[in-house]
Ligand binder design. Structure first.
Ligand code: BGC
Length: 740
């Protein structure tokens, strides 16, 4: 036994050494290859082009593209997927003088064949294992289809639901967002890069893309350094620490400088301070867009500015391909700069094992087997259930009983399939997407299910309302499925009006007028504004775009076979006028402490400040009691840790899971701190009547922030500690003093 322990310890000690030796080996292979490369061949490695989807092997690429690949002018492709097509392209690359294999990248954002909930939806699970597992399966499927690299996770913090891309991220909070960034990177990359079931991850979009002015996609960002470092950068750092192989820069300017040409972001922070070893890919055409920004004179200048600022690979701008060789000759770009970019990219190709076998990710039999693996569907169901948020449940309307009930399922999205998948679907298993209606029918048992669509996608007409009302009138309960269609969220899908499209609120009102209880299931990629429904619906389940198994997940929640536990990862405003709105409100000198008294206070004369649904909100079919808060010491020196503990009890009748949240406020600091900051969370599962003691460890790191000199650290003084089930549902409070 002791000997075994010793050899295990020895192996553990040797691992980093072995890894170091492997790094050195790859470095020397890269160096040897680079000695043989011409400048043109080096430039080729920085050029990424898009293939055309949905064509037979190599048939969709034009002659020019094929010739470029054959002559070593292309380092990577996106939008080529499937074993047959990737093999065909790889075969062309291997005809080039040095036979350098291509990297195949793809936006595998929330699943490849098995579609998981959109990332914002998954984030509502606050379940790091589930999120990691979802990314793991996406990687398994994508890598079996010849893909080496996903352009995910998107780790942009987003506090403006007008921005359609809130759907692709983890919501508004840096702490939760960082945990999710780590989980996703671990999921995509698995235990190690180079395994054929792992893909390289991309932390995108570096940086601050989510803070575009007024939620207009691609717009400018003007932000303080403190806000940048405290709120927007931490998920990127977390992704990097988790081993993210690549970063993608972004379309926006940050304080006037396009992210793609931003050497502060890419050279000073990412490759400097953070010592990032992987490579940076531009966003689609973002090198070229620096001309439109008025930051580069022309494409040649844009190429110079991008590479000098640390942007390595050019996605679809053709800037480096057409101009970089000349800029090397003229001295505008140093050979050393080009070499560094090429070295980073080649390193990854070696690490993935592509020089040993360029086709190692391409195995038709594996592709077929993996894409059909039924266990993937089971995980998709699990993740979808965990991501559903019960926003409201008046008088215990839910769960529905199956006994002699007549259930009317109504609404434009009730039998939708495509809409359940959301945006960024690569090779979705559309035929097998379970609609909400199908899910309810399959799970209804003895209950009778009737259906009326009421109106089509977008709900532009009201012709079907009478039939829907008649159907409702015959039933005991109505399940109304409304929301956004899939194509209203995502890239370039900013909206000024985030209420329900078309006549959907009117449909709700007509159904409600029947006097039957109305349960609303809402699909969307962003927080929507739906005040009438919020006020009058009997129950509301926010389902996001829940993926292939969405209908089953919704049905399980409606019938109580699964007790919902999701919590909002982003604030739901009452109106667009409140945006941007986050639970982490900065402090003011005139806070509103009583919503009825806003005179000369920091509020509105026509609205309260509070959101419709707060960050962290989400109900359950059971109830939880928080009690007995203790803090192991009221004071703490900077090197100490204290433990905050409390009892959590399930006081209801159903088994359930509570996501307990720890918030703090630094009461007095050299920089005024937010009113609340999330600093911990745990998912606790309890049987009825069960009670458990829950603990959080608090150390100096948790109390730290960036001061006005951008130095990270904690300042001595008082902290308020808060524990609860949502940012607006604090159940216990305590105090802690940090000593000098
Ligand atoms: C998006 C990226 C995406 C890329 C490639 C861009 O328009 O901003 O997120 O990875 O396209 O599809």
């Amino acid at each position: 036994m002791t000997m075994m322990k010793t050899s295990l310890a020895l192996a553990a000690a040797l691992l980093p050494l072995l890894a170091g030796a492997q790094d050195a080996q790859i470095e020397s292979k890269v160096a040897a290859l680079m000695r043989r490369m011409t400048v043109a061949e080096k430039v080729g490695q920085l050029h990424q082009i898009s293939g055309s989807l949905n064509t037979g092997p190599a048939s969709g690429e034009d002659a020019r593209t094929q010739a470029d690949i054959r002559s070593g002018k292309v380092g990577s492709m996106l939008n080529v997927k499937g074993v047959a097509d990737t093999c065909a392209m790889q075969a062309l690359a291997l005809q080039s003088r040095l036979h350098i294999p291509l990297l195949f990248g793809q936006d595998v954002i929330h699943g490849y064949h098995t579609v998981f909930p959109v990332p914002l939806g998954e984030s509502a699970s606050w379940d790091m294992e589930a999120i990691e597992q979802s990314a793991r399966i996406a990687a398994r499927e994508a890598s079996a289809a010849g893909i080496h690299w996903t352009f995910a996770p998107m780790v942009d913090i987003a506090r403006d639901p007008r921005w359609g891309r809130v759907m692709e991220g983890a919501g508004e909070d840096a702490f939760l967002g960082s945990a999710i960034a780590r989980a996703r990177v671990h999921g995509f990359q698995g235990k190690r890069l180079g395994a054929t079931d792992a893909v390289m991850a991309t932390a995108k979009h570096f940086a601050a893309y989510g803070a575009a002015i007024a939620g207009r996609d691609y717009n400018a960002v003007d932000m303080s350094q403190q806000q940048l470092f405290e709120v927007y950068l931490p998920p990127f750092k977390a992704a990097l620490d988790a081993g993210a192989a690549t970063f993608m820069n972004s379309f926006n300017t940050l304080n006037g400088v396009p992210a793609t040409g931003n050497s502060f972001l890419q050279r000073d922070v990412l490759k400097g301070r953070w010592n990032f070893k992987g490579f940076v890919v531009s966003d689609w055409g973002s090198v070229r867009e620096m001309v439109a920004h008025g930051y580069a004179a022309d494409l040649a200048d844009a190429s110079v500015k991008a590479i000098n600022a640390g942007s390595d690979m050019d996605m679809e701008s053709y800037a480096h391909l057409n101009h970089l060789e000349q800029s090397i000759k003229s001295g505008k770009v140093k050979m050393k700069t080009l070499d560094d970019a090429v070295r980073r990219i080649l390193y990854k190709k070696f690490e993935l094992g592509l020089f040993d076998d360029p086709y190692r990710f391409a195995d038709a039999a594996r592709e077929k087997a993996v894409l059909a693996d039924p266990s993937h569907r089971a995980v998709a169901l699990d993740v979808a259930q965990k991501s559903l948020v019960l926003l409201k449940n008046q008088g215990g309307t839910l769960p529905l009983s199956r006994d002699a009930q007549r259930i009317a399922v109504i609404g434009p999205l009730a039998d939708a399939q495509r809409d359940l998948e959301g945006g960024w679907v690569v090779e979705g298993d559309r035929a097998r997407v379970v609609s909400i209606l199908e899910g309810i029918r399959d799970h209804a048992g003895k209950a009778q299910v009737s259906y009326a669509q009421a109106c089509g996608a977008g709900c532009t007409g009201t012709e079907g309302f009478a039939e829907a009302v008649a159907t409702a009138a015959m039933a005991d309960v109505v399940v109304l499925a409304v929301g956004e269609t899939w194509d209203l969220s995502g890239e370039a899908k900013s909206r000024t009006d985030i209420t329900l499209p078309g006549h959907q609120e009117q449909l709700f009102a007509a159904l409600k007028a029947t006097g039957k209880p109305v349960v609303v299931v809402m699909l969307a990629g962003r927080p929507l504004v739906f005040n009438t429904i919020a006020d009058q619906a009997d129950a509301i389940v926010y389902a996001w775009f829940p993926g292939s198994e969405g209908g089953n997940a919704v049905a399980n929640v409606l019938f109580g076979d699964y007790n919902p536990s999701g919590k909002l990862p982003i604030t739901f405003p009452r109106s667009v006028g409140q945006i941007p709105l986050s639970y982490a409100q900065p402090s003011t000198g005139r806070p509103v402490t009583d919503e009825k008294d806003v005179v000369y206070k920091s509020g509105y004369i026509d609205s309260v400040n509070s959101p419709r649904y707060a960050f962290g909100h989400g109900l359950s079919y059971t109830t939880f009691k928080y009690s007995g808060l203790t803090i192991s010491s009221a004071e703490m020196s900077p090197s100490q840790k204290v433990t905050l503990s409390f009892d959590l009890a399930n006081t209801g009748k159903a088994e359930g899971t509570e996501i307990v949240q720890l918030y703090l406020r630094d009461m007095v600091a050299s920089v005024a701190r937010p009113m609340k900051e999330l600093k911990g969370f745990q998912k606790i599962h309890l049987r009825p009547g069960e009670q458990r003691r829950v603990s959080f460890t608090i150390d100096r790191e948790l109390l730290s922030f960036f001061n006005s000199q951008l130095v990270w650290g904690a300042e001595a003084g008082d902290f308020k500690l808060m524990v609860g089930g949502a940012s607006d549902d604090i159940r216990l409070e305590g105090a802690l003093k940090l000593l000098r």
